[in-house]
Design a protein around this ligand. Structure first.
Ligand SMILES: [Zn+2]
Length: 210
């Protein structure tokens, strides 16, 4: 139940993002959060086993991505023809059928960004478990902050659901192993990103690199 290491010196301060009140940022026990004295908004949190969780959920996410891309996502039977679909073949089909922008967007937001986000978290949080910063780790952490909003796997689920409603009328649609891996991936990616507080990550990076 230790607070994460704050950089040497101080005092450390934290500003409320909602009402701009300046606070003295004290170290917190694990599993607790500091709140603004004026509006009650969360200032920063010390999440339990943050580095272990962020690394473990990111590794699991990468494994699930492998399963999702390797195994069929959907299996459709229509007019005695069986079609299997997975994510990369869907992106390629869109490009082949004259929708290169949509195909590229699908590949970028659904394949490249989640892989980069999970790999980046492992690259930054893994060495921090041993009190070290990987070469270029701070730069990667900056990129992770920028990349996070572009991880859109939840939006894709919504698209799949809408498509299934339409496809269900013309074909017999079954979920493949890739689909279930995708469901688990969504939960793991959200858990990986939510495992570590941003303030904690930057404080740990600063302490380990000094
Ligand atoms: Zn406030």
């Amino acid at each position: 139940m230790l607070p994460w290491p704050k950089p040497r010196g101080g005092p450390h301060r934290s500003v409320c993002h909602f009402c701009d009140t300046l606070h003295l940022a004290l170290a917190l026990p694990e599993g607790t959060a500091a709140r603004c004295v004026c509006c009650g908004a969360v200032l920063y949190q010390n999440r339990p086993a943050s580095l272990v969780r962020a690394t473990a959920f990111s590794i699991t996410s990468l494994i699930l991505m492998g399963v999702m891309h390797w195994f069929p996502f959907l299996v459709m039977d229509a007019a005695s023809v069986r079609t299997t679909l997975n994510l990369s073949s869907a992106a390629m089909a869109l490009i082949d059928q004259g929708n290169p922008i949509l195909g590229a967007a699908l590949a970028l937001f659904m394949i490249v960004t989640p892989i980069a986000l999970a790999s980046g978290l492992i690259f930054v949080c893994g060495p921090l478990l041993f009190g070290r910063v990987a070469p270029g780790g701070i730069q990667v952490a900056k990129w992770l902050n920028k990349m996070e909003p572009w991880n859109m796997i939840e939006v894709f689920l919504l698209g799949v659901m809408v498509s299934l409603l339409k496809l269900g009328k013309v074909a017999d649609v079954q979920f493949g192993l890739g689909f279930w891996a995708f469901g688990a991936l969504m939960v793991c990616m959200a858990a990986a990103v939510a495992s570590i507080d941003r303030d904690e990550l930057w404080d740990r990076l600063e302490v380990a690199s000094s």
